[in-house]
Design a protein around this ligand. Structure first.
Ligand code: FAD
Length: 401
């Protein structure tokens, strides 16, 4: 396996690192203390600069205005951008839009691409993905109550969803709803594009997550679909293929998420080491002289390195043998990296003492928001079980001595 980074990518990553350091990290104190909506004009200015630098939408198709980097290349970009919570948003490759862009590109018809995909890649509009329901387990999404029933030329959608991330301010949602309750469990649901101004689309609230409801892009909504009516032409891909399409959305998306988390680890690690070097805890004694802190630094460095290599390996497997064959590696990185990130953020916060609990560094924000990484896109336990089942199958009938 070749770990060399091409000259082209070195240049791109150098430009991104510089931009994150000079333009985004200095914005964070405002981001942490002001309502997100009040900062949208500032974010827009930064996005303009990114476009001028020709670094906009690094992973999205060229024909729609992106850079069309491949999976390995975008993995490295995602790591660099992860160093600030603003990175992916300012560069036009943020979730959930990134996943929606992928599936609109792959499954959308020409009209849907012009109406939704083009302005989405361009950053003119935002979108959300509405699958998880309040009353049913997101870990087993075939249990779904939301229905889309045909009526004349329309679908009429009814259901209660939550954790529809970034719905506040979105132009449309891609909604998972049961279109054929009689079909097999994985063929019952479809994906339907629902404009947020459609009659019956009700954003009930932005859910407070660890005490912060947030707003606009930085929020997670509860949504009530009450006789919500959209034309049948808004079906994305074939009817009954909701889960097939959802699977497409998850493979490369996990690589991007995990590399973003590695970026967060790098940032937290930098802060931890710098604080240990600076903090005087006794006359002429820095915190960094304490062996327990040195042990944390060594452990975190090893954990980050191991996690990073696992993600790059999984990306390489996806590129060489395909998503299906790489399922074990994809599940492995999902829970390993989420846990490494949680540990590194926690250690960094601990090294900062009381300061770590404030919003004077980015650590408390990461601590609040990134705990969710062990829950969304498949909880730890679900991935562990899935990996174990594959391994157990591989061992079936084998004689091991
Ligand atoms: C910050 C955040 C953002 C999100 N964004 C979105 C979004 O944009 N769109 C969307 O549709 N959803 C989103 N979600 C929802 C997310 O996908 C679900 O929370 C997730 O799938 C888990 O479902 P659940 O919350 O219903 O937990 P449940 O399914 O009720 O599971 C609860 C717990 O039970 C355990 N568990 C579950 N299944 C098993 C099993 N088979 N074996 C052993 N243990 C098990 C796990 O520990 C799990 O954490 C988001 C969630 C969060 C926290």
């Amino acid at each position: 396996m070749d770990f060399a980074v091409s000259e082209k990518m070195k240049t791109i990553l150098g430009m991104i690192d510089e931009f994150v350091d000079k333009e985004l990290i200095p914005l964070e104190p405002e981001f942490l203390t002001k309502p997100a909506r009040s900062l949208l004009p500032v974010f827009e200015e930064k996005r303009k600069i990114v476009k001028q630098m020709e670094l906009w939408a690094p992973n999205h198709p060229k024909e729609y205005g992106g850079m069309e980097l491949n999976l390995m290349e975008h993995a490295l970009v995602s790591e660099s951008l992860g160093r600030s919570p603003l990175g992916h948003f300012i560069f036009g490759c943020q979730a959930p839009d990134a996943g929606n862009i992928e599936i609109l590109h792959q499954f959308g018809n020409d009209e849907q691409k012009e109406k939704y995909l083009r302005p989405l890649v361009d950053g003119k509009i935002r979108s959300c993905f509405s699958m998880t329901e309040v009353e049913l387990p997101g870990s087993n999404p075939v249990m779904m109550d939301t229905t889309a029933v045909k009526d004349g030329d329309d679908y009429v959608i009814n259901g209660q969803k939550w954790y529809t991330s970034s719905a506040d301010g979105s132009e449309f949602a891609i909604v998972m709803a049961v279109t054929d309750p009689e079909a097999g469990p994985y063929l019952q649901a479809s994906m339907i594009i629902v404009p947020t101004d459609a009659p019956g689309f009700n954003l009930v609230r932005n859910i407070p997550v660890m005490g912060h409801a947030g707003e606009d892009y930085f929020s997670h909504a509860e949504i009530l679909y009450q006789n919500c009516r959209v034309p049948q032409g808004n079906l994305l891909g074939p009817e009954g293929h909701g889960f097939v399409i959802a699977q497409e959305r998850l493979g490369p998306g996990r690589i991007h998420h995990c590399m973003r988390w590695i970026g967060i680890c790098n940032r937290a690690f930098d802060l931890m080491v710098a604080r240990a070097q600076d903090r005087i805890i006794a006359p002429n004694r820095k915190l960094a002289t304490k062996q327990i802190i040195q042990s944390w630094i060594g452990e975190c460095a090893a954990d980050i390195q191991a996690a990073r290599l696992m993600v790059l390996h999984a990306a390489w497997r996806i590129e060489t043998v395909g998503k299906k064959e790489a399922r074990k590696e994809i599940s492995l990185i999902k829970f390993v990296v989420a846990n490494v990130m949680q540990k590194v953020i926690d250690r960094a916060l601990q090294v900062h003492g009381g300061l770590g609990m404030t919003d004077d560094t980015i650590l408390a924000f990461y601590y609040r928001h990134e705990r969710a990484a062990r829950i969304y896109d498949g909880a730890d336990e679900v991935h562990k079980i899935s990996v174990a089942k594959r391994i157990l199958k591989e061992y079936e009938g084998k004689k091991i001595r």
